[in-house]
Design a protein around this ligand. Structure first.
Ligand SMILES: Cc1cc2nc3c(=O)[nH]c(=O)nc-3n(C[C@H](O)[C@H](O)[C@H](O)COP(=O)(O)O)c2cc1C
Length: 380
């Protein structure tokens, strides 16, 4: 099957991946209200069609945090990508670099920061506030040494939300015996994935945090370590501590409210991502696209405002830019594409977004993404 749209990658990933990983990627928290809202609210927005303008030249480039992006899209941090395809983070990083867009490596990536940087393009690095500040300091030092240009500091996970699909699939809360049996069944029923992961894809640890986890070697044990280490006491003051250790740009990820956005500015962040963690944390909160314009109005040009959540096409990208985002990040779209067939499919997914963005720009009379504004929308 040749994917024509982002939803095709989802279907391809559903067929190729073991059930537990497909559900881990696809699902959200609780009743998945926010997960659905992220997509539905973007669909509701109407672009304003304008015709008969010379649209031969389109400029999709944006300058942000000292980088030029070939289009206003990035790959959001997604945990455990190395379980969807062999050395998954390196494959996605190469696809992003070829397309000229940033790849953000998750704290809980299978590949370490050093392994991804060795592809030739050091990733943006995402970090949670961990109780073990000594280990955080070490990780930030490693990211710096590996040449990471931007730190993405995720603030919406002081306590993980419940994801029913993960308990039902046996991904979380399983006894070691049930986990082993699930793994065996998955291996037998998904031979292409098993070959890819177990012949080319080892080790299956979480590369960047492997040094801190002593008790076991299973991926789910690493996740349990991280879950125990999320620091609920975190406040904006802690950003001062982060800045002492990290002298590059900091992007705060997981802001949904204008008051928090103003605090991020005061705390000296260079950027923020309007995000509800892809509907995986507090269910029932606003969709990112609904929260976005309020935040843009509150902080103006004081810092770079990005968004993620529910972006499924290049048309969605233009809608988000029209409402004030500097760029959008996609999470599930690249995870599905990676699960569907590695680097090649992630590259294809980015190519599809680019082609769709071009059509959206041509038919709204938008020659440069830098000029995108609310006039591109019919019901702003
Ligand atoms: C499978 C999966 C794993 C994720 N892991 C992380 C993570 O490790 N760190 C993080 O900051 N966000 C993580 N996220 C959230 C994404 O960075 C992003 O906010 C979200 O996926 C955007 O929504 P979308 O999937 O609708 O594009 C994850 C999302 C998914 C789907």
């Amino acid at each position: 099957m040749r994917a024509a749209s982002v939803s095709d990658f989802r279907e391809m990933a559903r067929r190729r991946l073991p059930h537990i990983f497909f559900e881990y990627i696809d699902g959200g928290s609780y009743a998945e209200v926010t997960l659905r809202r992220n997509v539905a609210d973007l669909e509701e927005i109407a672009l304003r069609q304008l015709v008969m303008r010379d649209m031969t030249k389109l400029d999709m480039t944006v300058e942000t945090l000292g980088q030029t992006l070939n289009m206003p899209v990035g790959l959001a941090p997604v945990g455990m990508a190395g379980m969807y395809a062999h050395r998954g983070e390196t494959q996605a990083s190469r696809a992003a670099a070829a397309a000229g867009v940033p790849f953000c490596l998750s704290t809980v990536g299978v590949c370490s920061i050093e392994e991804v940087a060795a592809t030739g393009t050091p990733p943006w690095f995402q970090l949670y506030m961990l109780k073990d500040r000594g280990y955080m300091r070490e990780l930030l030092g490693r990211a710096k040494a590996a040449g990471s240009p931007v730190l993405v500091f995720t603030v919406d996970l002081p306590l993980p939300g419940a994801r029913y699909r993960d308990s039902r699939s046996g991904f979380t809360g399983s006894t070691p015996l049930r986990a082993a049996l699930t793994q065996l069944r998955d291996g037998i029923t998904h031979p292409a994935w098993t070959w890819d992961l177990f012949v080319h894809g080892r080790p299956h640890t979480l590369g960047s945090v492997a040094g801190a986890v002593t008790e076991s070697r299973r991926v789910t044990d690493f996740l349990a370590w991280i879950a125990r280490n999320f620091d609920r006491s975190v406040t904006w003051k802690d950003l001062d501590w982060v800045r002492e250790v990290w002298d590059g740009p900091i992007v705060v990820k997981g802001v949904l409210d204008p008051a928090d956005a103003r605090d991020a500015v005061k705390a000296g962040a260079q950027g923020l991502v309007v995000s509800n963690h892809g509907g995986r944390q507090l269910d029932g909160v606003l969709s990112s696209i609904t929260a976005l314009p309020r935040i843009v109005d509150a902080v103006g040009d004081d810092l770079e405002v990005y968004m993620d959540g529910g972006v499924r096409s290049g048309l969605d990208v233009l809608k988000a830019l029209a409402l004030g985002a500097k760029a959008c990040f996609v999470g599930r779209p690249w995870a599905w594409a990676l699960g569907a067939g590695g680097e090649k499919q992630v590259a294809r997914m980015l190519e599809i977004l680019r082609a769709e963005l071009a059509v959206a720009m041509v038919l709204t009379g938008c020659t440069s993404v830098r000029d995108a504004g609310r006039s591109l929308l019919d019901r702003p």
